[in-house]
Design a protein. Structure first.
Lengths: 386, 448
């Protein structure tokens, strides 16, 4: 079972995630689509961290598993039912098999060669999805559900509109809106499904981190040669980690498709794989909470900064005299809107240079500083009277 | 935007503390009292402009955004009113739509279905947009149209030329003003036959997505009906930058016509590549080698420069048209931005006006009311002559322009000349035409 500290972490994490719609509303991020993305990419990052954070194997191909998961799920929507459960199960199985195959081949090498191999595999999968496998993936247009799809488990649809994805009747896009302290809060079924799965995924990840298996993976990261000299075959361990993280990615892909029943090939592009690596490093590789934070920060930049246009900027600096207003807008303009990746790049550089351990290192440093002060005062009190 | 509200700390703290538990039963009010998604609450109505601001179609996206801003200005009573004065329907009066001031939000589709849907979703969920419009790629348009159908808002398609948008992927909440691949082929084939003769061998390079596929299919069918042979069709990924490896095999294929089913940045690069390989100076089978670009725009002609001279294609609209609607639009666009609008700008301006007009006539923003007002709507004065919005597939029918790259352009904008205005009757087709079959419009969805 979990130790006391982990229990506290787990409970705090669950509370934070479940109150997401309230906490994030003041930041303009409290709407369902973005909340869902926070949770989904959180799952992806947690899974990626099991591979990269523990074993140190840097995979540049995880977007491929995300795509496999999405395509599997949409096919289940088309063939079986709009209930998301069969889609998720198939997605986890398919991405697991896929990861087993890719992992079996790529894990023959380590370090940079492993990274390049995974990158090559991901690029191959992307090209396959984009053009060669068009009958299965619908190429660039992306796989969508249609009115005429079979859906053999669902009752015949006669409403004339596309059915929504659901979990035993609870529709994913159902939202309960309300106003609270001037903020528009949106409690969305889809988000809570993602949130519960994120919490479960986080729990599994804690268990793996604290298990002998996790210890073994850490040993691989620290000194793989020494492990091999002692007669331990490390490959089953790394392969298991690879497959587990691949299945996490497949699950994330399944949820993406469940929230919005469309699977596109862009999801598998290497830039997507790169952004998963960024999420984990930004938050803090090898830490439990870091990857989820990193995923949140990146998705926040993508969704919010990219939508600030000159109109909005003029609104912010309205109180300044005319020329100053124009000047401020001119300065900030390159960093928002389509320049959001520029801002993200700068933030990423600052964090990697000053906090190599990511956001979690920042949090720890703050913690330590306060901790030290406390200890300091305690020492003073205990100082013996001489 | 509440991103940098000064007292956000306080808000977070109180939000986290009070949160779900304390005030839940009393203060919360049920939200979905309205009959349709994002019904305006009195302060104004929000439209979502979702255009590519990066990627191969970024130029078109930028021009679309200019036209949207102009349309909003005119709707709110600013500027000179543009095409509102020439539009045959006089429901709009310059005081917004149904008395609501028109506001707008913008987003970047990145020419990717995923990103476009995410952007449209946040417009609907976060900004309360009651209508989404835009798109410079059919793949994106189809993806966003599907989303709008599910969310219960109207989608006014921008620049999308694939047959599928109003063919097998048509949706009850989606409307297209732009023409399509079939119409291009029907207008272009007779002109090509007249210019280049009936015994030609065509080689197609085609952008590998729904637009490329359906346009290629249309052009191939129309030209083969005139006696042409199709030698080969090679699909090129949308993200391709360097087309030399695709152009080189054309030289020895025995073809004497190259059809470039490319648009935007793709077309600029592939045409430049083809010209650099000397294709246009070659003689094959005793005939001059020719290049055809079925879908043309002024922005592309500008990008490709010298290379477009004498090349035939079709276009939805061109600023040199002399009817009152076109002239009014060119004048107000030119006065605001200093240069003439592109066809992308024209089509999105029209779509915004048509939406606003439909809302006025229907007396509601309810998607079902608007759909009813647009279906079977006949109008004039928006630059393409008498136009009909067909109820069966939500496709507009109007004259199509066949254009040619000008041999002696007088300015940076005077790059295309209109060869022929193909009358509407020649490009019309039955709603159940095989190239458009396989989809269902479904029922209008008001959401909520």
């Amino acid at each position: 079972m979990l130790k006391y500290n982990d229990k506290v972490l787990m409970i705090v994490f669950a509370i934070l995630v479940l109150t997401g719609p309230v906490i994030l509303a003041p930041f303009g991020a409290g709407y369902p689509d973005l909340l869902q993305r926070f949770a989904i990419f959180g799952i992806l990052a947690v899974g990626y961290n099991i591979l990269f954070g523990l074993t140190g194997y840097l995979s540049f191909g995880h977007a491929a598993f995300l795509g496999v998961g999405s395509y599997s799920t949409v096919w289940m929507f088309k063939l079986l039912t709009m209930n998301i459960i069969p889609g998720m199960i198939l997605a986890i199985i398919m991405s697991g098999l896929f990861a087993l195959l890719i992992g079996f081949i790529t894990l023959r090498r380590s370090g940079i060669y492993f990274s390049i191999l995974t990158l090559a595999f991901a690029q191959m999968s992307y090209s396959l999805a984009y053009s060669v496998l068009t009958p299965i993936t619908n190429g660039e247009t992306g796989l969508q559900i249609r009115l005429a799809d079979a859906r053999i488990l669902d009752p015949k649809n006669e409403s004339g509109s596309l059915p929504s994805t659901n979990l035993f009747g609870f529709e994913m896009n159902d939202t309960w809106r309300t106003t609270f302290m001037g903020m528009d809060l949106q409690f969305n079924v889809g988000f809570y499904v993602c949130a519960v799965i994120l919490i479960a995924a986080f729990y599994v990840s804690i268990r793996i981190f604290r298990s002998p298996f996790g210890l073994m993976l850490r040993a691989v990261k620290t000194n793989q040669n020494r492990l091999m000299y002692t007669g331990i075959n490390t490959k089953p361990y790394t392969l298991a980690a690879f497959v587990i993280s691949g299945m996490y990615a497949g699950l994330a892909g399944a949820l993406l498709a469940s929230m919005d029943p469309l699977a596109g090939a862009e999801r598998m592009q290497w830039t997507e794989s790169g952004s998963i690596v960024l999420m984990v490093i930004l938050g803090g590789a090898g830490t439990l909470l870091g990857p989820v934070l990193g995923a949140g920060v990146i998705k926040y930049f993508e969704a919010i900064f990219s939508r600030i246009n000159d109109n909005v900027l003029h609104g912010w600096f309205d109180f300044l005299p005319g020329f100053l207003e124009t000047f401020m807008v001119w300065i900030i303009h390159p960093f928002v809107g389509k320049g959001w990746s520029l801002t993200l790049g700068a933030v990423f550089m600052i964090i990697v240079i000053f906090l190599p351990g990511g956001l979690m290192e920042g949090a720890n440093r703050i913690n330590k500083r306060f901790g030290k002060q406390k200890r300091g005062s305690a020492d003073n009190a205990k100082a013996p009277a001489e | 935007m509440s991103v940098f509200t000064p007292n956000r700390r306080g808000l977070i703290k109180s939000g986290a503390l009070l949160g779900t538990g304390l005030a839940m039963p009393t203060i919360f009010t049920a939200g979905s009292a309205a009959a349709y998604t994002n019904a305006p609450t009195g302060s104004g109505v929000t439209l979502g402009f979702n255009v590519p601001q990066s990627g191969p179609y970024a130029d078109e996206g930028a021009d679309e955004l200019r036209a949207y801003e102009l349309a909003v200005e005119h709707l709110n009573g600013g500027g000179d009113g543009g095409m509102m004065n020439t539009f045959s329907s006089k429901a709009l009066s310059g005081n917004g739509i149904l008395g609501n001031k028109v506001n707008y939000v913008t987003g970047d589709t990145q020419t990717k279905s995923d990103a476009a849907r995410a952007s449209a979703k946040s417009m609907i969920e976060k900004d309360g947009a009651v209508m989404i419009t835009g798109g410079s790629s059919s793949g994106v348009a189809i993806a966003v149209q599907g989303l709008c159908q599910e969310a219960g808002v109207i989608f006014m398609a921008g620049l999308t030329h694939s047959n599928d948008t109003t063919g097998k992927d048509k949706k009850a909440n989606g409307f297209r003003h732009f023409f399509n691949g079939y119409m291009s082929a029907a207008a272009l084939a007779p002109v090509l036959e007249e210019m280049y003769g009936p015994d030609r061998n065509a080689y197609h390079l085609t952008a590998d997505y729904t637009w490329g596929w359906t346009q290629q299919e249309s052009i191939q069918a129309a030209t083969e009906a005139k006696g042409w042979e199709t030698v080969n069709n090679v699909l090129t990924p949308l993200a391709t930058q360097d087309f030399s490896s695709y152009v080189a095999p054309v030289l020895n294929s025995g073809a004497d016509i190259l059809v470039l089913n490319h648009y935007g940045g793709n077309m600029i690069n592939s045409l430049t590549s083809a010209v650099q390989f000397g294709l246009r100076d070659k003689q094959v089978n005793g005939k001059n080698f020719e290049i055809v670009v079925p879908l043309y725009s002024r922005l592309m002609a500008k990008g490709a420069g010298e290379n477009v001279k004498g090349i035939f294609g079709s276009t939805n609209w061109h600023w040199s048209l002399t009817d009152a609607g076109s002239q009014a639009f060119v004048k107000s666009f030119g006065e605001k931005y200093g240069f003439p609008p592109s066809q992308a700008a024209h089509t999105v301006y029209c779509q915004t006006m048509l939406y606003a007009d439909a809302a006025e006539r229907a007396g509601t923003f309810n998607p079902c009311g608007i759909a009813e007002a647009l279906e079977g709507f006949d109008f004039d004065g928006l630059g393409n002559g008498p136009t009909h919005y067909r109820a069966d597939d939500h496709q507009c029918f109007k004259d199509v322009l066949v254009v040619k790259g000008k041999d002696n352009p007088t300015s940076d904008f005077d790059l295309l000349e209109v060869v022929q205005v193909t009358p509407r009757a020649q490009v019309e087709y039955a709603p159940d035409h095989p190239m458009f079959a396989g989809g269902a419009l479904g029922k209008c969805n008001p959401g909520a």
